[in-house]
Write a protein that binds this ligand. Structure first.
Ligand code: HEC
Ligand code: HEC
Ligand code: HEC
Ligand code: HEC
Ligand code: HEC
Ligand code: HEC
Ligand code: HEC
Length: 512
């Protein structure tokens, strides 16, 4: 009893003036009983942080003679007051909603306190740390639905969705949401109409777009005020298609349009300034690409195109009824990505072991000078019909500019793409926080930026292959393996001498 009084005195000093609880209760109810006997837990700290902190316990609990020192307590048999006994007007709309819930109409009335703990109900759950809020919101659902909803140990203590939710990829990532985000009507703000499995949405588009209706429920407030990103969402998660940075998107699309404009202007210049070939010419053929190189190129091209299409589909979310749904795009992207990883590993091994890496990584003397000459040719020479400054051979397929581009693309950008992609495939391996920012955000952003390097490359590449002596030579070379270029036809008596110096005469043979 003395201890109880001391305890009560301490609490009276520590607690806020509004704290109305009878502190003596916590001496027993704060923690599990030492002898392991049954003890319902009500924590002082949680009570003090809840909406009912100002209410004395006696407001709802009353004991007969001897009071609460008698254990088990001899409670006044009267029913403990329920939410609606005191909040009839405040929560009329919520009470109305619960009558439409799947839980309504069971034998036992499904009272509010089956999901809400009066002792720790929060005033503004939105502002509570996500883990606390999730525990309060999902804890009761999981307690009752443990058979179908298996707890998953995910990131940041997520309690997750299990067998009922096998259709959902990355269940433990999705478990950062409150169950009622999905299990309540998409279109309405209310969350108290819990939907059965037939009416619950399983459409990825309901969340993974910037138009998503469910995301507002997830965050609890609509906050799309910023043009940079969806800040409300950003605080909690990186949701593909919804947490977009519009400024970065616009800048990248602008860069692509600029590239395309440059290409069109260049092509126009070439068409207008093109000079008819003055001298008769012969076509020389060099075998430049082995069958393996060509196969590798086309397999890579197909995989990259599929990844770009499905990746952009997911990033830009896309409206309902797009050509390919988010879910299909997601699966195709993962499978194709895995194939690209395998193909690339083979590529790297074969190139390192077989020496092909030299094509990319060994820079010849005068590389910079050659690059400048090459750039000049693209900018000026090509319009004047000047000879090409560099000629491909099986040992040296790339001109200096190409070599720089391919070396960085294949040996820096591609590995960055693959590593970030693999991390996204196994998101549990990504740390929650890196340098103070969300890990998934960092990796996703890197992956996205790097993928744009390939999009921009493709735009330039498709144009540059038309730079041969005939616009289609670049393409046919990658199909047949034979590189063709034009040389002035030798005069009949000089043919022998000319064949020697043939490789250095006027020819446009930028093949790639
Ligand atoms: C001496 C320790 C002790 C103190 C002090 C105490 N309790 Fe309890 N209380 C218990 C134990 C033990 C139980 C579980 C008894 C059981 O049902 O087996 C319990 C159960 C309860 C229950 C659930 C009873 C039921 O039948 O469902 C309520 C409500 C309760 N206590 C309220 C209070 C309040 C309010 C106070 C303070 C005014 C308080 N208790 C102080 C030990 C204590
Ligand atoms: C606004 C009303 C209200 C107030 C105030 C209140 N309680 Fe309760 N309490 C309830 C209700 C309702 C239940 C029954 C919940 C249920 O049926 O699951 C309950 C149940 C309990 C139980 C049993 C919990 C269990 O798991 O079986 C304990 C112990 C308890 N209260 C302690 C306290 C203590 C201690 C305080 C003061 C610090 C307090 N209560 C204040 C409404 C209240
Ligand atoms: C015994 C009456 C009583 C019961 C039962 C009761 N409350 Fe309260 N509730 C109050 C009072 C009084 C306040 C105001 C407390 C204050 O302002 O400090 C309040 C405040 C709240 C608030 C904060 C309201 C606001 O506008 O910020 C919420 C939310 C709330 N109660 C929810 C519930 C829920 C949910 C239940 C049932 C699980 C419940 N209450 C049961 C009396 C009760
Ligand atoms: C099936 C479980 C369940 C039942 C039953 C239930 N609620 Fe809720 N309630 C929730 C969940 C989950 C939240 C969201 C908590 C959060 O946002 O973190 C919530 C939120 C609330 C809020 C916070 C304000 C808001 O609108 O977000 C109030 C108030 C509330 N409920 C009152 C009630 C009342 C009153 C009843 C009974 C008529 C009731 N609830 C019945 C699960 C339930
Ligand atoms: C991403 C959306 C989503 C989230 C989050 C979610 N669910 Fe579900 N849940 C569904 C869908 C869709 C179904 C229907 C599955 C089916 O058709 O079998 C379902 C089914 C269920 C079922 C019915 C199982 C059965 O077969 O009878 C229960 C119970 C359930 N969910 C509870 C929960 C709980 C509890 C949580 C939170 C821990 C939760 N759900 C989180 C979408 C979700
Ligand atoms: C007190 C235990 C309890 C709590 C808490 C509870 N449920 Fe239920 N739930 C049930 C029971 C029992 C049923 C079966 C009702 C029926 O089929 O008539 C059910 C049914 C469901 C169903 C329908 C399953 C189907 O077959 O279509 C869903 C979905 C569901 N609950 C989700 C939730 C969610 C989400 C929460 C938390 C917000 C929650 N439940 C909280 C006990 C509970
Ligand atoms: C109710 C909203 C919702 C629905 C429906 C939904 N998601 Fe998600 N998704 C989220 C949220 C929230 C995250 C967590 C983001 C985080 O952890 O930062 C997420 C994460 C993901 C992730 C990344 C996992 C990670 O940890 O990085 C993938 C992939 C994903 N969802 C795919 C899907 C697919 C495919 C579907 C449809 C079958 C789907 N989602 C349905 C909200 C949703």
């Amino acid at each position: 009893m003395i201890r109880a009084l001391l305890f009560a005195a301490c609490y009276a000093l520590l607690a806020s003036p509004a704290f109305g609880a009878d502190e003596s209760c916590f001496e027993c109810h704060e923690k599990p009983a030492a002898d392991g006997s049954f003890m319902p837990i009500v924590r002082a700290e949680q009570y003090a942080g809840g909406v009912h902190a100002a209410l004395p316990c006696a407001q709802c609990h009353e004991a007969r003679d001897g009071g609460f020192d008698v254990v088990p307590h001899d409670l006044v048999t009267q029913r403990t007051p329920e939410c609606m006994d005191c909040h009839e007007d405040d929560f009329a709309a919520i009470a109305q909603e619960t009558t439409r819930s799947v839980h309504a109409g069971g034998e036992r009335p499904f009272t509010c306190s089956r999901c809400h703990d009066v002792h720790r109900m929060l005033r503004t759950p939105v502002d509570a740390p996500p883990a606390v809020r999730r525990e309060l919101a999902n804890g009761p659902c999981i307690d009752c639905h443990r058979d179908t909803v298996v707890e998953v140990g995910g990131r940041e203590g997520a309690t997750g969705v299990g067998v009922a939710h096998e259709w959902l990829p990355y269940a433990d990532s999705h478990a950062i949401m409150r169950c009622i985000v999905c299990h309540s009507p998409v279109s309405e703000a209310g969350i108290h109409e819990v939907l059965g499995k037939d009416r619950t949405t399983r459409r990825c588009e309901q969340c993974h777009t910037d138009q998503s209706g469910l995301i507002d429920k997830f965050v609890g407030r609509d906050d799309r005020s910023s043009w940079i990103t969806n800040p409300g969402l950003f605080e909690f998660a990186y949701v593909r298609g919804a947490t977009r940075n519009r400024a970065v998107d616009s800048a990248l699309i602008g860069l692509l349009l600029l590239t395309l404009a440059g290409v069109v202007a260049h092509a126009f210049g070439r068409a207008v300034l093109r000079r008819p070939e003055s001298a008769p010419h012969v076509v020389r053929e060099t075998v430049l690409y082995t069958l393996t190189t060509r196969l590798g190129h086309w397999i890579n091209a197909a995989l990259m195109l599929a990844l770009m299409a499905t990746g952009m589909r997911m990033h830009f979310g896309g409206r309902e009824g797009a050509l390919i749904g988010f879910e299909s795009a997601f699966h195709v992207h993962n499978i194709v990505g895995a194939i690209l990883v395998a193909v690339s590993v083979i590529f790297f091994v074969v190139h390192v072991v077989g020496g092909g890496a030299r094509q990319y990584l060994t820079f010849r003397e005068g590389h910079v000078r050659g690059g400048v000459a090459q750039a000049k040719w693209y900018l000026v020479g090509v319009f004047r019909g000047a000879p090409h400054p560099s000629h491909p051979s099986p040992e040296r397929r790339f001109n200096p500019l190409q070599q720089t581009a391919y070396a960085s693309l294949m040996w820096v950008t591609l590995p960055a793409l693959l590593v970030s992609g693999v991390l996204l495939l196994f998101p549990a391996t990504i740390p929650d926080e890196v340098f103070g920012v969300r890990g998934t955000w960092l990796v996703s952003t890197l992956h996205y930026l790097v993928s744009w390097a390939f999009v921009l490359f493709l735009a330039g590449h498709l144009y540059l292959i038309t730079m041969g002596d005939r616009p289609w030579y670049g393409l046919t070379a990658m199909i047949t393996g034979v590189h063709r270029h034009h040389e002035p036809a030798p005069a009949a008596d000089e043919s022998a001498a000319d064949a020697e110096s043939g490789a250095d005469t006027e020819s446009d043979c930028d093949a790639d």
